[in-house]
Design a protein around this ligand. Structure first.
Ligand code: DX5
Ligand code: ZN
Length: 212
């Protein structure tokens, strides 16, 4: 299994102090910065767009992992890459023509990945597993931080790990010191955590997620 990485979700940080939050979370041991982009259509929430990604990029040292929860991500991937996204993941449930959009992400200089909602089978991502740099399995319904972990997605993580032993498999939603063990045992190696990491001592919370 590839190396374990912790990706705090900036959705739970103090947006009035993004620079300070980015510096603090990196000093606390973050490996990636997870950026949740929501379009108020694919999910019932509206968050961060390219100008804010560009602002984060100016103060970030770690790679930006941009999770596009958008109905039409194909229209925006080049703009997010230009703003400084290092990894761009798109949902298989979106309207995007998948092959074309993954290629567009690469062409724009970022690493492409796919995302599966909790009810979506691994079969939906199978044709592209050799063409992506990361597979993100949602362990909550996308849209909001602070929701309860959906354990049944562990089956999807296990199936993905069996199919792709060397792929970065990310899990997102409800990850904390209790749920992390099951996620890692199932084969996830990139752990997104928002509310858990930002509601306590950042370094201690990140350390508590480094299980193996
Ligand atoms: C949910 C987002 C997550 C979210 C995770 O739509 O994709 O990244 O911020 O938050 P927690 O860790 O609080 O579940
Ligand atoms: Zn996310």
């Amino acid at each position: 299994m590839p190396i374990l990485k912790i990706a705090p979700s900036l959705l739970s940080c103090d947006f009035a102090n993004i620079q300070r939050e980015v510096e603090a979370i990196e000093a606390a041991g973050a490996d990636l910065l997870h950026v949740d982009v929501m379009d108020a259509h694919f999910v019932p929430n509206l968050t961060i767009g390219p100008p804010v990604v560009a602002a984060i990029k100016r103060v970030a040292g770690k790679p930006l992992d941009c999770h596009l929860m958008m109905t039409d991500p194909q229209r925006y991937v080049a703009e997010f890459a230009k703003a400084g996204a290092d990894i761009i993941t798109i949902h298989v449930e979106s309207n995007a023509p998948i092959t074309e959009t993954l290629n567009a992400i690469r062409k724009a200089g970022a690493k492409p990945g796919l995302v599966l909602n909790p009810d979506t089978s691994i079969e939906a991502a199978k044709p592209w597993l050799s063409q992506i740099e990361m597979l993100l399995v949602m362990s909550v319904w996308p849209g909001f931080g602070g929701q309860k972990f959906i354990a049944k997605v562990l089956e999807t993580v296990k199936a993905a790990r069996a199919l792709a032993p060397n792929l970065d498999i990310e899990i997102d939603g409800g990850i904390n010191a209790e749920t992390v063990k099951q996620a890692v045992d199932a084969g996830a190696n990139v752990l997104v955590a928002g509310s858990y990491v930002f509601s306590g001592n950042y370094a201690e919370r990140i350390r508590s997620l480094r299980v193996n």
